[in-house]
Design a protein around this ligand. Structure first.
Ligand SMILES: [Zn+2]
Length: 110
């Protein structure tokens, strides 16, 4: 997944949380703020249907590695209820949610 450098680079920002970044990422489907392994794991999770859309737009249910715990991942707010997400870090659940969000025919605030 590649985005033109002008879009990917201009708004890149690393803050304490990834929320601002996620908002940009959701708009452009730009995952450059995530580590490569996170994107890979996100793709794997999507393939295994471990990250699935909920009834609420932008909200995804992410099954953790143990197959039991379910985290709520909000691709719009850029939050996740997993340990990393709760600490304001970009987790792979978020990457997965963003990929799904970008692929889904969602309404976008133009
Ligand atoms: Zn998470």
């Amino acid at each position: 997944m590649r985005t033109p450098p002008d879009r990917a680079g201009r708004h890149r920002r690393r803050g304490r949380t990834c929320r601002a970044y996620v908002k940009k990422a959701a708009e452009a489907a730009d995952l450059s703020g995530f580590h490569g392994w996170q994107v890979a794991k996100a793709a794997e999770a999507i393939e295994e249907q471990a990250v699935v859309p909920s009834s609420r737009p932008g909200l995804y249910a992410s099954v953790s590695g143990d197959g039991v715990t379910v985290y709520l991942t909000d691709a719009i707010e850029g939050s996740c209820t997993c340990k990393a997400g709760a600490n304001g870090r970009c987790c792979y659940h978020l990457a997965a949610a963003l990929i799904l969000q970008a692929a889904a025919p969602v309404r976008k605030a133009a």
